[in-house]
Design a protein around this ligand. Structure first.
Ligand SMILES: Nc1ncnc2c1ncn2[C@@H]1O[C@H](COP(=O)(O)OP(=O)(O)O)[C@@H](O)[C@H]1O
Ligand SMILES: [Mg+2]
Length: 265
């Protein structure tokens, strides 16, 4: 049995989430990484691509309340709160870079931690739903998370985030370090989560595979968005080739217009 054999049932009933970001800046102390970003995460699957150090993790940390930010972040027209626990309550969950599981705890215990803000009465039902959607994790419920393979741990991290029944799921390079077949299975599951009604914002360096499953994409370079467009068009654009090759091969030209990748070049 593969991870992606089952249809996905998890999902948000009701209106699908839309995140609107305007004038977002964030960084570390005096070091500003993100400068004045504006973008939208519409229902479906949006991917942010970019080389190492572009600011992808900084972006997700700023949206998740782990870093101070400036600018407007609106979830369905309402200001996103600043504190992480309030952001989770508002319906936003993050699968962090490097998974960040508790290796000495069991799979079930890791999942339960993902539901810490879910009302006690709902927690059991939520866990049951997550185990239905990730049947392999039911088999592994009492295994220590630290003894699982990288791919299995990534599935636990995604399942843990789904425990809070998010309306917006953010993933930070979920394919990092996984075998190609596992990357494919993981991306199928991410796609299903989006199709079941949870809006998804995924940060990736696996450009080809990410664009193959995404609806829309943005390219982040040195803290600025340099291209955006439908995933299919972006996949054929020249800017993507540059992102592939990394920042060192790109001329230091920060004046490139947004959405230039919408015209395949
Ligand atoms: N904790 C930190 N303190 C200071 N600078 C940081 C910290 N984390 C990341 N940076 C810097 O911020 C920039 C963007 O990093 P990051 O968001 O991790 O990029 P990416 O996720 O795209 O690889 C890099 O120049 C990195 O060195
Ligand atoms: Mg990162």
């Amino acid at each position: 049995m593969h991870w992606s054999d089952r249809p996905f049932e998890l999902g948000t009933r009701g209106r699908r989430a839309h995140l609107a970001v305007r004038g977002l800046s964030a960084g570390y102390g005096a070091f500003l990484v993100l400068r004045d970003l504006a973008f939208d995460v519409r229902p479906g699957l949006t991917v942010v691509l970019g080389p190492n150090g572009a600011g992808k993790t900084t972006l997700l940390r700023a949206l998740n309340g782990l870093l101070a930010r400036q600018g407007d972040v609106l979830l369905d027209g309402n200001d996103l709160p600043e504190a992480t626990h309030e952001i989770v309550r508002a319906g936003v969950a993050l699968v962090p870079e490097g998974r960040q599981l508790f290796p000495q705890m069991t799979v079930a215990e890791n999942l339960e931690l993902g539901g810490w803000l879910v009302a006690r009465a709902d927690r059991r039902r939520r866990l049951e739903q997550v185990l239905q959607d990730f049947p392999k994790l039911r088999e592994r419920a009492s295994q220590l998370a630290g003894t699982m393979s990288g791919g299995e741990q990534q599935m636990v991290a995604v399942a843990r985030a789904m425990m809070s029944a998010p309306r917006l799921l953010m993933l930070d390079e979920p394919s990092l370090g996984l075998a190609p077949r596992m990357v494919d299975e993981l991306l199928v599951i991410v796609r299903r989560i989006a199709d079941a009604g949870t809006t998804v914002l995924m940060v990736e360096q696996n450009v080809k595979k990410a664009l193959a499953v995404a609806d829309r994409g943005y390219v982040l370079e040195r803290g600025a968005l340099v291209a955006s467009g439908p995933a299919r068009l972006l996949a054929r654009s020249s800017v993507i080739r540059e992102a592939y090759l990394g920042a060192e091969s790109t001329a230091p030209d920060t004046t490139r217009p947004m959405a230039r990748a919408a015209t395949p070049g």
